[in-house]
Design a binder for this molecule. Structure first.
Ligand code: FES
Length: 257
């Protein structure tokens, strides 16, 4: 036993093993790692009033009509989404407003807003740039893409650029793995990205333009990069591979009528 332990210790300290040792490093915090509780701050406290615009108020009233009497709290996700579209994030006073309009306990609104990572509880810039870092995107170079995003926006993960135009976040799978690496800016997906694409996209946004979203490689949707490999011919007409006997009986039926 002692010999075994000694052998293990020797092995661990052998030079070749030191060279092969895996580096341990820490990764930046994900947006899903954000603090789940609210802490009052100068910019986010219940004393700062929040009001929906008239148009948004009408939207919420229309949404509430979709639910039976007494179940208006089912519209909470849509009401919070409207808050976010109105001012870009969801402060605590807006949550209180939503609770008041939907006649539901404030706690229920807090629960919703803290559970879903798409609910931004702090201002994340005019453009919230979310870089996917889950395995398929990582295998396709999301690390390099993240570095390019940070350089192009002059903003580190979790932070805001100095002009408050960009906020960069790391996120888990965005559901477009076939087109990795993927970056989502607000509601738009940018796929098949290269470092050059990132600089172009950020520069276009900075200049007030709207860069075309979707795969940047030129392919359509998620079709193969080298062109179609299946479904190369026109689809067969209706009735393909149906037994002849079935056709006959259909014809007979028509004749009888
Ligand atoms: S892993 Fe990035 S979109 Fe799925």
């Amino acid at each position: 036993m002692t010999l075994l332990v000694r052998n293990i210790l020797n092995l661990r300290s052998s030079p070749s093993n030191v060279i092969c040792r895996k580096n341990i490093y820490t990764t930046p915090r994900l947006s899903s790692d954000m603090l789940l509780v609210h802490r009052d701050s100068k910019e986010n406290n219940s004393k700062i009033p929040f009001q929906f615009t008239e148009a948004n108020m009408k939207r919420i009233q229309a949404l509430v009509q979709n639910y039976p009497e007494g179940s208006q709290m089912s519209a909470v996700s849509m009401a919070l989404d409207i808050v976010q579209r109105q001012i870009g994030w969801i402060p605590i006073s807006a949550m209180h407003k939503v609770a008041e309009i939907l006649s539901m306990p404030r706690m229920r609104v807090y629960e919703w807003a803290t559970f879903y990572t798409m609910c931004k509880r702090e201002y994340r810039g005019k453009f919230n740039v979310k870089v996917c870092k889950t395995l398929p995107c990582m295998l396709r170079g999301s690390d390099i893409i993240l570095q390019a995003v940070e350089d192009a926006t002059c903003c580190k993960v979790g932070g805001l650029s100095e002009d408050k135009m960009f906020g960069v976040d790391l996120v888990e799978c965005q559901g477009a793995c076939a087109n990795a690496p993927v970056v989502v800016i607000d509601d738009d997906y940018y796929e098949d990205l290269t470092v050059c694409d990132i600089y172009n996209i950020i520069q276009t946004l900075r200049c007030g333009g709207i860069p075309p979203c979707g795969p940047q490689s030129g392919r359509f949707a998620a079709e193969p990069c080298c062109g179609l490999t299946s479904l190369l011919t026109c689809p067969p007409p209706p009735g393909y591979c149906i037994q002849r006997a079935l056709f006959t009986s259909c014809d007979d039926g028509k004749k009888k009528k």
